[in-house]
Structure formats: C-alpha cells, structure tokens
Design a protein around this ligand. Structure first.
Ligand SMILES: Cc1ncc(COP(=O)(O)O)c(C=O)c1O
Length: 291
C-alpha cells in the first residue's frame, strides 16, 4: 500500500475534519504524509499536544502551548514561534468546530542535527463518543520516574510506546485501560489520563512532584473542586488509597471527567461527587466560551 493510501485509510477511520496543516500549509487528509526518515517516526523524538475544541474554540490553548514549548525546550527541539502555532490551532478549530485538535512536532530528518526539516502537523479529529465509564488494571510502569526527576520529566514527547503497550496489555486482560504504578510503588496516572478519587469527602490525586504529566484537565477539575467546596489533597499515594476510595475517575482532554467503575477486581459506583465534577467541568468550559 502506498503512503497515500495508508493515509487515506487513517483519515477515514479517525474522521479527520478539514485539512491537515503541515508547517502551516493546508494539505488534504489523504495526502498528509511525512518522511519515513523523520526521527519522530524512527526514534520517537518530537513532542505533541491534544486539545479539545468546543464549538470551534480551543479549551485552554495558552496552557497547551506552554506545555508544548516546555516539552520542546526539554527535548532541545526548536519549534516555530508561539503565535504562529496558535494561529494554526485556532484556524483548524474554527474550521472543524467540535473536535480534538492535535499538534505533533516531528524531530526532523537528520539525527545528527535534531530539528532539521522538522514538521509541525496540526489537524482536527471528530470527537468519538466516549463510553460512560472506564475499567482499569493496575500495571507496573518502571520506565516512569516516580518522583526521580530529570530535566526531561514532564515532557510530552512522542515516545509513548511503553504507555500505549500498557494500555494494550490491560485491554488484552479485559480492562478498558491501564493504571500505571511507578517503580517505587506509587499510583501515577493512566497511559493517557490523570486519576483522582474521593474518600471521606476529600478529592485526592497524585501530586505533580511525582513526575506525572501536568494535565490541563486535572488542573481544571481541581478548580471545579474548589468551587464545590471539596477539599483537594495532592500527594504521594499507593494503590490501597485508590482501593479504599468511594469514587474514582479519569481526567483528560479527550475523556474530560470519566468515572472509573473497576480497578483490578474492586468495583466502584458512580458517585455524586464525580457527577458534580463532571457538570462543574462542563460549566467551566461553557464560561470559557462565553467570556
Ligand atoms: C500520561 C498522561 N497523563 C495525563 C494526561 C491528561 O492530560 P490533559 O488533561 O492535558 O489532556 C495525558 C493526556 O494525554 C497523558 O498522556
């Protein structure tokens, strides 16, 4: 199959909305290809963001661009200036409307000089209907820093292979996704989402000091919790803390606030706090749109 044909299949399956911008140049989805020699493909060197467009307007574009810039700086990968990327994102969202807008920055085609011929790809996908709840399997993630910081901690690099393999392994075992447990035994996050839980009227979530991704949804949900008068505790937790909770939920740009109804063999109901955080998050998004 040619690169073009493969791209067409992908474009159809993901329901790409509108053109794909490659370094700002609009290309039809079926023609949107980059080189097999790009070290983004060969080595996973590069960085990315996934953002949510509500009604054509990106939720918290600024924080997403901050995180993209921070990832690129950590990787020492040059990227175009912020306003240029912002404009590509805004125009993509405006054309697509309700969608997930992705930015992918490739490493370029010269491993000796990372960034050479780097491609910044921006496109929008249709929002897929989300299942009403998620089940997760706890799985060891020894590749994660679990609190041992380096200058790369927190970079949203393209190299997501280990995280995705954890998702696939959990799915092979009949779960919806994985819950990553670090090398020191601490609860971290899902492969593509943050986690929080409620016990005794307190909202707990692993703290950023453990080296998890600084999730934009998690930050927004913490704001919502504040509005609801819910005490928030960010800290270092073990799996027993999750198992002893009354409600558990995932947080991410794509999943928003999604109840988790099973962790390993422990089942959870969907509680009132989770419902309130979900509707509070929707209200926060609406306010952003009408501001
Ligand atoms: C590892 C990881 N944690 C958490 C999240 C959630 O982050 P955000 O709320 O910014 O989408 C993601 C999103 O992709 C992720 O990859």
């Amino acid at each position: 199959m040619t690169g073009e044909a493969l791209s067409t299949e992908y474009a159809r399956d993901m329901a790409v909305l509108g053109p794909v911008l490659i370094n700002g140049v609009p290309v039809a989805a079926e023609d949107a290809v980059i080189s097999v020699f790009d070290i983004g493909f060969q080595r996973g060197y590069g960085c990315f963001e996934a953002m949510r467009s509500y009604d054509g307007s990106i939720f918290r574009l600024g924080p997403h661009l901050d995180r993209l810039e921070s990832s690129a700086t950590k990787l020492r990968l040059p990227i175009p200036n912020r306003e240029t990327i912002a404009e590509w994102c805004r125009s993509t969202a405006e054309t697509a409307g309700e969608s997930v807008v992705r930015i992918l920055v490739s490493g370029g085609t010269d491993a000796r000089v990372p960034g050479t011929d780097s491609r910044v790809v921006v496109f929008a996908e249709a929002v897929r209907p989300s299942p009403p709840a998620l089940t997760v399997q706890s799985r060891p993630a020894p590749w994660h820093t679990d609190g041992d910081w380096s200058e790369l901690t927190g970079a949203k690099a393209l190299s997501y292979g280990f995280n995705l393999a954890a998702s696939v392994a959990a799915q092979d075992d009949g779960f919806g996704d994985a819950l990553l447990i670090g090398r020191h035994g601490h609860v971290l996050e899902g492969p593509t989402f943050s986690i929080g839980w409620i016990s005794d009227g307190v909202f707990s979530t692993p703290g950023l000091e453990i080296g998890i991704l600084e999730s934009i949804t998690r930050t927004a949900v913490i704001e919502v919790a504040g509005r609801l008068g819910l005490t928030v505790r960010e800290g270092i937790y073990g799996i027993d803390d999750v198992m002893n909770a009354e409600e558990v939920f995932a947080m991410s740009t794509v999943r928003e606030v999604l109840p988790i109804v099973r962790v390993d063999d422990r089942e959870f109901g969907v509680g009132d706090w989770t419902n309130s955080l979900q509707s509070g998050f929707t209200a926060l998004v609406d306010e952003g749109l009408h501001r």
